[in-house]
Design a binder for this molecule. Structure first.
Ligand SMILES: [Zn+2]
Length: 269
């Protein structure tokens, strides 16, 4: 039991160190990933299956962040620090999933497992649709007014490519979860569940991004951004409601993903 726990934490630490070494997370992100990864691998029965779902999300989102990074940097839309995620970003994307993995250890029901998969699907789809959608050759349209074009990377902007990638990302998470035995559905059912929750989470993210999320102006590069600091200096808020910033929206999107997965599971059985 104790040896197993040590082995599990060693696996999480190895993944964390590798992620830090390749620049997927900064040091604070590494610590957050170590904690949340340990919860996910150690608490549920056969937690390595849950951790493998998280690992699939991690590999897909890291790959999408690095994909054509120089082209995104040239557009001025690349994540800062080469895409290294801070603790707040890791917590926003994985926190709900870790809480659901902990809940599964107390109540190992298909509904809790599906919610976990939905939260991971939403986190995956959201990042994938942003990172790949940025490269769309057609300009993004505002989700709340589809005739209005916006700059790539603008909160609330959506592209057909981004939406397709969100669905595919969710489908992959759903399928992998079924193959690992986390989801007690058919493979097709799991793919539908993952795709639906990924799409729901990512559209919800865009909807809040277009309405209540805070947007800031960077006075150095004159871009509208989601960050309080850009180009190494504080930015000015131009719209949005105070506590609602990017990570808060990401966290809510994973809750929407979890709820969509529960609803999909209930409609499948
Ligand atoms: Zn700037």
């Amino acid at each position: 039991m104790f040896a197993e726990l040590l082995l599990e934490i060693a696996v999480v630490a190895l993944v964390g160190i590798a992620s830090f070494a390749v620049g997927a997370v900064d040091f604070s992100g590494f610590l957050a990933a170590l904690f949340l990864g340990s919860v996910i691998i150690a608490l549920p029965p056969e937690g390595w299956r849950f951790f493998s779902v998280l690992l699939t999300c991690h590999i897909l989102t890291y790959g999408s962040t690095r994909y054509k990074l120089s082209q995104k940097a040239a557009l001025g839309v690349a994540q800062s620090k080469g895409g290294a995620r801070r603790w707040s970003n890791v917590a926003a994307n994985v926190g709900v999933a870790a809480a659901l993995a902990a809940a599964y250890s107390q109540s190992p029901t298909p509904l809790v497992a599906a919610s976990f998969v939905g939260a991971i699907s939403a986190a995956t789809s959201d990042t994938l649709s942003t990172e790949i959608g940025l490269l769309s050759s057609s300009p993004p349209k505002l989700i709340t007014s589809p005739k209005q074009r916006v700059e790539p990377g603008f909160s609330g902007g959506v592209t057909l490519l981004g939406i397709l990638v969100a669905v595919v990302g969710g489908c992959v998470i759903g399928g992998v979860s079924q193959l690992l035995g986390v989801l007690p559905t058919s493979l097709v059912g799991a793919v539908v569940l993952g795709g639906a929750s990924g799409l729901a989470g990512s559209l919800f993210d865009s909807l809040l991004g277009a309405t209540v999320q805070q947007i800031y102006l960077c006075e150095r590069c004159r871009k509208l951004v989601e960050e309080k600091v850009h180009c190494g200096q504080p930015t000015k808020r131009v719209r949005g409601i105070p506590p609602i910033e990017n990570n808060f929206v990401n966290l809510l999107a994973t809750i929407v993903g979890a709820a969509s997965a529960s609803a999909t599971l209930l409609s499948l059985v």
